[in-house]
Design a protein around this ligand. Structure first.
Ligand SMILES: [Zn+2]
Length: 205
């Protein structure tokens, strides 16, 4: 009798599990088809849309989207932490704690990514080099004459083979009356010391 019940229960679970397996495999198949056929279409449409709108508009949309996502992920992260706290306090099984810790970690990673992209959108390419607008301002205020070790208003142009001084210096600008090169301090230090933009800015602090 007891064995019969046991057999029935195990049969019942085997059937349920087979159902779940089937659903998962259908889900996977559907996802695969979606990835292979729908996603490329969406990508193509996005590409076409992008060419129709000005970059500033696209940037604004992206910022709005990211700000929305940021709020979403922030509250999800808070929820994960809450959950983890609860699991720890109530001494739930280890694997549940580990899962909730992992979820929190993933949410935090997503948060960082979103915040990073938002910073990057506001300050393209500079974030990686830790260059701020304040630093750029300081670099641009560097006296250009000091860069060329001179007190004169005209020096020989560093941009062409100058016979007579035709490079005019004023404030943080230089202009060559002969080759018409116009530069600021950052441009000039990049040229003189063969630096890229971030390093030129750092050099002028
Ligand atoms: Zn010149």
């Amino acid at each position: 009798m007891f064995n019969d019940i046991k057999k029935k229960v195990s049969q019942f679970w085997d059937e349920r599990l087979a159902e779940v397996d089937e659903k998962i495999s259908i889900g996977k198949e559907a996802l695969k088809i979606y990835d292979e056929t729908e996603v490329p279409k969406i990508r193509q449409q996005t590409k076409e849309l992008k060419t129709e709108f000005p970059p500033e508009f696209i940037k604004k949309c992206r910022v709005e989207y990211l700000e929305g996502k940021l709020k979403e992920v922030e509250s999800y992260y808070a929820y994960c932490l809450e959950w983890y706290k609860e699991l720890t306090e109530k001494d739930y099984p280890y694997y549940l704690k580990e899962r909730s810790a992992n979820d929190a970690k993933k949410a935090l990673a997503r948060l960082k990514k979103i915040k990073g992209e938002l910073r990057w959108l506001e300050n393209p390419k500079l974030d990686k080099e830790q260059i701020t607008f304040e630093m750029i301002k300081i670099a641009k205020e560097f006296p250009i004459k000091q860069l060329l070790n001179t007190t004169k208003d005209f020096v020989k142009c560093p941009y062409h083979n100058d016979a007579n001084p035709s490079f005019y210096l004023k404030g943080n600008f230089g202009y060559c009356f002969s080759c018409q090169k116009a530069v600021d301090t950052i441009d000039l230090v990049r040229h003189l010391e063969n630096l890229d933009f971030p390093n030129a800015v750092k050099r002028l602090q």
